[in-house]
Design a protein around this ligand. Structure first.
Ligand code: PLP
Ligand code: COI
Length: 354
């Protein structure tokens, strides 16, 4: 796909790396590609970053036709830059599009567009370990009419934000509240898709947990309110009595790329990993009997995030000794080592940008 590039006349200033938060500063440009039913994808362009204009009846504003992805560009010690399994994000974007009746884009085209954009914005990839350039591809339905149907017009965009280290103050285990009221999604719903609505619907529980002093909630399934699904906006893993368990992908869980990588990494280290249903009762029993040795969340933003405590009703339970566990630490070191190019990538996960 040809891309028209209009460079900014007013390049921005990269903040000090220590002052980078998450998703607050944006690079100089943005990528836009239009789609319509008659001619498909067209008019790919990179323009100076700025506001966009939408018709007030635009589908996304009324019926939530929106999907997104999140991936990072990492700077290695040798100064080069690389991504981590970007094709998996491209594939998931298309699966999300299919679920939400939005158009899919040929995988190679999407990856090439991302690569082209990253090359143009390379100076915005920070240098310190733990920092990265966070890429946010997204797509929205853009019909200028209020009828409810699969859209005939859509827009794909890519913006990027230099982001700080998630663990600027060191890895500290977080406290998690088991959520028994709200559910994130249901089987048959949109859980496996990365659509904006899933996040809007999960914010209330997150805010309630935060008010009580917890970092995030542990989501239970929406049908029986029994089986563990995810933690906040991350997948979740446990080490129970020697077995590593992660909820199986039932349709309401987002198939995380970090999750998939953790499973492969753990297997390569010789651990047995079970992807199965795990009930909250089984978790509570393991906690009561001191059999829950480790628990952690995993996702692109935090990579691996140890869980030190769970709360259910008025009761609090400590995981292991409340510190980062051995397996959690090994996984964190391996994944971040590969992502930032400190460790050899024996899995073929990194995607260098030349
Ligand atoms: N689950 C949810 C709901 C998410 O938003 C994310 C983050 O993107 C993940 C899991 C982890 O996915 P990934 O490892 O691909 O970032
Ligand atoms: C993740 O990368 O783990 C996330 O959950 C991203 C979030 C900002 C949607």
């Amino acid at each position: 796909m040809q891309v028209r590039v209009t460079k900014t006349q007013t390049p921005g200033v990269m903040p000090k790396e220590k002052e980078l938060g998450f998703g607050k500063v944006f690079t100089d440009h943005m990528l836009i590609v239009d789609w319509n039913e008659q001619i498909g994808w067209h008019d790919a362009r990179i323009e100076p970053f700025g506001r966009i204009s939408l018709h007030p009846a635009s589908t996304v504003l009324h019926y939530g036709a929106e999907i997104f992805e999140g991936l990072k560009v990492y700077r290695r010690k040798d100064g080069g830059i690389q991504m981590f399994r970007p094709m998996e994000n491209v594939k998931r974007m298309n699966r999300s599009a299919e679920r939400m009746s939005l158009p899919q884009m040929p995988e190679k085209d999407m990856l090439n567009l991302i690569k082209k954009f990253v090359k143009l914005e390379e100076r915005w990839v920070p240098k310190s370990f733990g920092t990265s350039l966070y890429l946010r591809p997204f797509m929205f339905g853009n019909d200028e009419a209020l009828g409810v149907h699969a859209v005939k017009n859509a827009t794909f965009m890519l913006i990027a934000s230099p982001s700080g280290s998630y663990y600027a103050e060191g890895i500290n285990p977080v406290s998690i509240m088991i959520e028994s009221e709200d559910v994130r999604t249901v089987r048959g719903g949109t859980g496996y898709a990365k659509c904006g609505g899933n996040y809007a619907a999960s914010t209330r529980a997150g805010e309630r947990a935060a008010k009580k002093g917890y970092s995030q909630v542990l989501w239970l399934d929406g049908v029986e309110r029994k089986y563990i699904e995810e933690v906040g906006a991350m997948n979740v893993m446990f080490k129970i009595d020697g077995e590593i368990v992660t909820p199986m992908l039932t349709g309401s869980i987002l198939p995380g790329i970090t999750r998939m990588s953790c499973i492969e990494a753990l297997k390569s280290m010789g651990y047995k990993v079970s992807e199965r249903l795990l009930s909250v009762d089984e978790l509570l029993e393991a906690l009561e009997w001191g059999k829950l040795e480790e628990a952690w969340g995993c996702g692109t933003a935090a990579v691996v995030s140890p869980i030190g405590k769970f709360a259910y009703g008025n009761k609090e339970y400590t995981v292991g000794e409340g510190k980062i566990g051995k397996v959690t630490k090994k996984l964190y070191d391996l994944l971040t080592g590969i992502q930032w190019g400190k460790k050899e990538d024996t899995f073929g996960w990194v995607y260098p940008i030349k």
